[in-house]
Ligand binder design. Structure first.
Ligand code: 0RA
Length: 628
């Protein structure tokens, strides 16, 4: 069956019987989608007339009596005598298969529904159809029943306008249900209005009084704006329209701050849901051009952006118009023409690289977005690899540095992230092994080559931490796998300590945001002073507390020791002051803390020198040891 359905055999066909015999072959189905297809088929003819430059307005009316009417203000279907068929050209157009377009070889027929079969198919599947043509100052009309003329073409009156009106009532002995959907038709008409800029398309539902009118001077550029409407966008919409070797290429795209992509591709106004050569050309040009620019401007800093990375947050519409499209794939919705790949690639990469050159600001934002995607993806890969390398995260296969707890219920477990090996040693001895686990963090992780987050991820301690938490990272983060419900950052109360805290919070915020949102992250608050008098010892956590205590016991013979670092406390002291749930105080981190940490991190680690200088100046008194 599929083999009969070549262009040649259709051209050879004359009458409309085959359409009524095998409607599915011509309109896909006799169900609801086939029913809507009838409307699109008529509209497509009007769109063609518009693309030829002769029609500006198209109106679709769903009528109460079950008819659908399509009105356009094109030149009107020719009514003149057709020499070969010895009848009016209008009759030929409506009663012969594939007659449309044959009148006018110059016209660039690009639209046409999935099957592109013409208005005669609609006639064949209509119980009643009225075609009215306004042309030559006259109004002509011809009526049909199940595809057969009920009358000659007759002159009904005078008109100074031109155009075509087709009203049809589907033949429900063939079509299944009379259920024209306003929403379905409206959506496709909106799409057609985006795809064919400037054309005004109106749809009216006389059953309900609903009405939509679409007209987009910006074409698919406005389509992208529409698709990104409720999203935070990263750049203005890029737009390209160019013709090369008979292929018209139109591309619009814009990044938003989400992680998923929306790409619509079209060939001759048909949505190619299976993609094809035009989409391949688009994606490869996008990836290559972004990489080239990122490398040249040194924004990439060695990060290579993959084709997946450039898709993150991308909203794009790729529309091509091709003289002889070859459709392939399961649903014939994939473009096969191989030449189109090179054409789209060439025109798009040229235009995109000039755009990037000419708009360094937006270019930078776009590139950074894709680089962030690449970094996150790489981090996720490393975390996966690490997890795989360590085997399942059972206690015996956990990272060696981790002193795990014996409790298995995550809700009862705590993980202390401890700055420095000596403090980690004390806390390992002082802890309650039942439910407290200790992971040492080397003091200088923040300064790893002026750490960018991606480098930090490669840092062994951080990788170990990801493995110990057990919940993965970035888009693969799964909070239900979290092994500890309290993650407690324990650092010295000095500049290095607060840097490590900033780094960890930034890291959690960017790659494990849910951890913070769910309230799993805490700061340990070690004491600031130890006050000693005779045999009495007291740890205090603030200057106020210190002053109060000293004036209770009197100043004589009192020694006040300021703790410089956790390492100065012995295991018992660490337990008594900082880790024992009965006495310790913890600060629960909320998202605002994390946002602030992220901001500080960006200032400290970012490429912009000026804000960093300002930050350091402002905070000079607290950051005398700063090493950036
Ligand atoms: C063939 C030739 C010409 C116009 C059309 C078809 C035409 C078909 C439809 C179907 C719905 N609306 C339409 N509008 C135009 C051009 C004839 C000329 O040269 O004037």
């Amino acid at each position: 069956m599929e083999n009969d359905y070549g262009a040649e055999s259709i051209v050879a066909l004359e009458g409309l019987e085959p359409v009524r015999k095998r409607p599915g072959m011509f309109i896909g189905s006799t169900g609801i989608s086939g029913l809507h297809h009838l409307v699109y088929e008529v509209v497509d003819n009007s769109i063609d007339e518009a693309l030829a430059g002769f029609c500006r307005n198209i109106s679709v009316i769903i009528r109460k009596d079950g008819y659908v009417t399509v009105v356009d203000d094109g030149r009107g279907i020719p009514v003149e005598h057709h020499a070969q068929h010895k009848m009016s050209a209008l009759t030929v157009a409506l009663t012969k298969l594939h007659a449309g377009g044959k009148f006018d070889k110059k016209s660039y027929k690009v639209s046409g529904g999935l099957h592109g079969v013409g208005v005669s198919v609609v006639n064949a599947l209509s119980d009643h159809l009225v075609a009215q043509v306004r042309r030559n100052g006259k109004i002509y009309e011809q009526e049909f029943k199940k595809g057969n003329p009920l009358s000659e073409v007759t002159i009904k009156g005078d008109s100074s306008e031109t155009g075509t009106t087709v009203s049809f009532y589907p033949d429900f002995s063939i079509m299944e249900k009379n259920e024209f959907s306003f929403d379905t038709l409206s959506q496709r008409l909106r799409e057609l209005a985006f795809l064919n800029k400037g054309i005004k398309i109106k749809i009216t539902d006389e059953r309900t009084g609903k009405e939509h009118e679409f007209q987009y001077q910006g074409g698919i550029k406005e389509f992208v704006t529409y698709l990104n409407k409720n999203k935070e966008s990263i750049n203005d919409v890029f737009y390209l329209e160019k013709q090369k070797d008979d292929v018209a290429v139109e591309i619009a795209f814009q990044y938003n701050d989400t992680y998923s992509d929306i790409i619509f591709s079209f060939v001759n106004n048909i949505n190619t849901v299976e993609g094809g050569t035009h989409l391949v050309g688009f994606k490869s040009a996008l990836t290559r051009t972004i990489n080239q620019y990122a490398e040249k401007t040194n924004i990439a800093k060695g990060v290579k952006v993959s084709s997946d990375d450039v898709l993150e947050g991308l909203t794009a519409v790729v529309s091509v118009k091709v003289q002889e499209p070859q459709f392939e794939g399961q649903t014939k919705a994939k473009l096969g023409n191989s030449e189109v790949k090179g054409i789209v690639d060439a025109v798009f990469s040229a235009a995109l690289s000039s755009y990037l050159e000419e708009n360094p600001g937006p270019a930078r934002k776009m590139i950074e977005k894709t680089i962030n995607a690449a970094v996150a993806r790489e981090a996720a890969r490393k975390a996966r690899e690490l997890t795989r390398r360590k085997g399942a995260l059972d206690s015996w296969s956990l990272p060696g540095k981790l002193a795990d707890c014996s409790e298995k219920d995550p809700a009862k477990c705590e993980l202390y992230l401890v700055e420095g090996d000596s403090a980690a040693g004390s806390s390992k001895q002082g802890r309650n092994r039942q439910y407290q686990a200790i992971l040492p963090l080397r003091g200088k992780i923040l300064n790893v080559e002026k750490a960018r987050l991606n480098k930090i991820m490669a840092n062994n301690e951080v990788a170990t931490m990801i493995a110990a938490l057990g919940a993965g990272i970035a888009e693969e983060f799964n909070i239900s796998k979290l092994r500890y419900h309290k993650i407690i950052i324990m650092t010295d109360a000095d500049v290095d300590g607060s840097h490590i805290t900033t780094l960890l919070l930034t890291f959690f915020y960017r790659y494990m945001k849910q951890l913070i949102e769910a309230g799993h992250v805490y700061l340990a608050l070690p004491p600031l002073y130890k006050i000693k008098k005779g045999k009495t010892e007291k740890y205090v956590y603030s200057d106020e507390e210190k002053n109060i205590f000293v004036s209770q016991i009197g100043e004589d013979g009192v020694s006040i020791q300021r703790y410089k670092g956790l390492g100065e406390m012995n295991p018992e002291q660490l337990w008594e002051t900082t880790m024992d749930p009965r006495v310790r105080s913890l600060k629960k981190i909320n998202i605002d803390d994390a946002v602030e940490a992220d901001r500080i991190f960006t200032i400290l680690m970012g490429d912009q020198v000026e804000p960093r200088r300002q930050f350091i100046e402002t905070h000079a008194k607290d950051v005398d040891e700063l090493d950036v």
